[in-house]
Ligand binder design. Sequence first.
Ligand SMILES: *Cc1c(COP(=O)(O)O)cnc(C)c1O
Length: 399
Amino acid sequence: MSSSSLFGTYARSNLAFVKGEGSWLETSDGRRFLDFAAGIAVNSLGHCHPHLTSVLQEQAAKLWHVSNLYTVPGQELLAERLCEATFADRVFFANSGAEAMEACIKTARRYQYANGAPERYGVITFEGAFHGRTIATIAAGGQAKYLEGFGPKAAGFDQVPFGDLEAVKAAINDTTAAILIEPIQGEGGIRPVPHEFLRALRELCDANGLLLIYDEVQTGVGRTGKFFAHEWSGVAPDIMGIAKGIGGGFPMGACLATEEAAVGMVAGTHGTTFGGNMLAMAVGNAVLDIVLGDGFIDEVAHKGLLLKQKLASLIDGNPDVFDMVRGEGMMLGLKCKAPVGDIVVAGRNHGILTVPAGDNVMRLLPPLTATEEEIDMAVERLDAAAVSVKDAMLKGASA
Ligand SMILES: *Cc1c(COP(=O)(O)O)cnc(C)c1O
């Protein structure tokens, strides 16, 4: 039996960090790690960014929580800023990615209901998707490993193969409400959706009275070198879920929608105790102060390109370990030939943190504030890790 009192839901490393600054994490015994995992794309501005820290401390001394029975000025401001910078007209604040996606799904179903089609509740999703761990979002994600043992899969989710437009067309019927997609699959292995595919989905939605929902929980808030990843394609959704990066490490999520798509979400239809909490709103606004500041997102695109080029050289130097690099901005995946778990552990042993994903891909999700020097250092450490993995492979083969 494990000595921990926690649920055993994570196969945790015993690394325990006690301090963070920028792109760096430190253990209690003073070991320093370059954090290219960033809490899985959460610490968008690195650890303890001075602006976020001071705003959070200031708000903490003023007021923490009042309930959504009252007007929360920070919500009004953050919603206004998000709408100003995106396709959206309306925002609902939640506490996590899964909750944001639940709100997206509910908004789409209520839209159909409000337009006299309550039988339209089906959502078409894609193989390899990840939308969260609630009962509805595991059904949306459709992955057997997350559904197993949790009772009947929630009704109303039809999954089709990734990138298969004919399958999408065939799946649309009289009960379909919406199509839900990540512009770049994160947990599925940094799989970008071609722009023309998003365009085709938009056309299908418009032709069939369906809503297009994007899950930008991982791809959003500057991560890909645009404010939102779908901007690369120019194809706007009707509804979009965001979380991770918008909180910079403070738990929060949001559902963004057009006025029309949000038409069914009237008083009493949905709610949350903690969503839009004053501390979260203060931090969310502070994150936007930086991310929407002059040139910040362009700089992310530039550094992402630099990292991608360096990773291409890393692959050239280690063709037995790595296969290819894909992704956009500072959301990059290295498809591996050696088992990704081994490479992630070897990276850790060489002082760099990364995240494994599906399709044997190693995810690199550095803080958007990572410097070019830190990018150089990261690639050097990954190279050392790759060499150690190759050595172990050779030893294994000769043993
Ligand atoms: C992380 C993630 C979620 C779930 O977010 P939680 O905050 O863990 O509930 C949903 N969708 C995508 C694309 C994600 O990366």
